[in-house]
Write a protein that binds this ligand. Structure first.
Ligand SMILES: Cc1cc2nc3c(=O)[nH]c(=O)nc-3n(C[C@H](O)[C@H](O)[C@H](O)COP(=O)(O)O)c2cc1C
Length: 319
């Protein structure tokens, strides 16, 4: 049954939400769960360093430092090899596996992975079934899909296929692959999908503020919502939503209140990679996204844009 769980989930976002961003955003608060960036499964079985690269939380009980559960996402099309990889990840500690049926990347789609599978619900069902049958019963299996590849005619079939295959829950990003990230997300379609499956459905797509959250829940009828880009642009969006759900004022953080979090993020990035590129690239990427919500982020972005040394950036952040 669709259970009223009210879960707030941080979306998997390859190249954007790595373990450091998960750590930071879950410390700011509001999230009940995170999903890793997709781990692509081709013809090999990944070894421990690869699993730990995508999900260092495997060494910490599958939780971020703030204690929020992390799900490992796999992307592929070879059911047997996906199952072999899932079992290997479980051997290294994973306890929740999510399957990606929504990635629009041409390289991935060319190899029959991600959104291209939305044209073949039977194949989706077979993949989900194989993983459900081979994974131990206590390992949670979920899936994430878009509404289709070029159109939405198979959306309900794909959702049913995921349920029939044995997934315990489903997240739907309310767009087709062809629609990319173009607004609007079709929240009304989430209600249609919800009416066709009994497993819990998490609504996803274009939640950038508290009002979007209220609207997506009302239109979709879903109790759980996944936040993607909005959670990075407005780092306390999940906290505002959690406060709203608890009947408290959302109390958005001011830019001054966000600055300590930005400093912490940079410190965490520096601690993760000794080389100069990662911390700077990640900070610039984040400020670039925050610019849309905070004019101050644009000023800070310009101040650090040409810097190459982390020490110089740290000095500006401290000022
Ligand atoms: C940079 C980027 C990377 C993404 N990587 C993944 C991924 O690894 N796995 C996945 O299922 N979805 C991925 N997505 C899709 C998001 O999880 C989410 O479904 C989409 O961004 C819509 O939600 P939003 O409008 O709240 O951002 C990615 C999206 C973006 C923007």
């Amino acid at each position: 049954m669709n259970k009223p769980e009210n879960r707030l989930v941080l979306a998997p976002m390859q190249g954007l939400v790595d373990d450091v961003m998960r750590d930071l955003l879950t410390r700011i608060g509001g999230f009940d769960e995170c999903v890793t960036e997709f781990v692509r499964i081709t013809h090999t079985v990944h070894s421990r360093p690869t699993w730990l690269k995508y999900m260092p939380e495997l060494q910490h009980g599958n939780r971020t430092r703030a204690g929020v559960a992390v799900t490992l996402q796999l992307l592929g099309s070879d059911a047997d090899n996906m199952a072999a990889n899932a079992l290997e990840a479980v051997r290294h500690g994973a306890d929740k596996i999510d399957l990606n049926f929504g990635c629009p990347a041409p390289t991935v789609n060319k190899h029959a992975g991600g959104a291209v599978l939305l044209q073949e619900p039977a194949r989706i069902e077979a993949i989900v079934r194989t993983l459900r049958q081979r994974l131990p019963e206590q390992i949670a299996l979920s899936a994430k899909m878009r509404l289709g590849y070029t159109d939405k005619t198979l959306a309900l079939d794909c959702a049913r296929a995921i349920e029939a295959g044995g997934a315990g829950s489903l997240t739907v990003h309310a767009r087709t692959k062809t629609e990319g990230y173009e607004p609007p997300a079709h929240w009304d379609w989430l209600a249609r999908v919800r009416a066709h499956v009994r497993i819990p459905l998490t609504a996803n797509g274009d939640v950038f503020c508290l009002q979007d959250y209220i609207d997506i829940k009302e239109i979709s009828g879903c109790h759980s919502v996944m936040l993607g880009r909005g959670a990075v642009m407005v780092p306390d969006l999940a906290r505002q939503i959690a406060a709203y759900e608890a009947g408290r004022p959302p109390a958005p953080l001011s830019w001054a209140e966000l600055m300590p979090w930005i400093r912490l993020f940079f410190e965490l990035c520096c601690a993760k990679e000794a080389n100069n590129k990662y911390p700077l690239a990640r900070l610039k990427q984040w400020l670039g996204m925050m610019k849309k919500a905070y004019p101050e982020a644009a000023v800070l972005f310009d101040a650090i844009r040409t810097l190459k040394e982390p020490a110089a950036v740290a000095a500006i952040l401290a000022a």
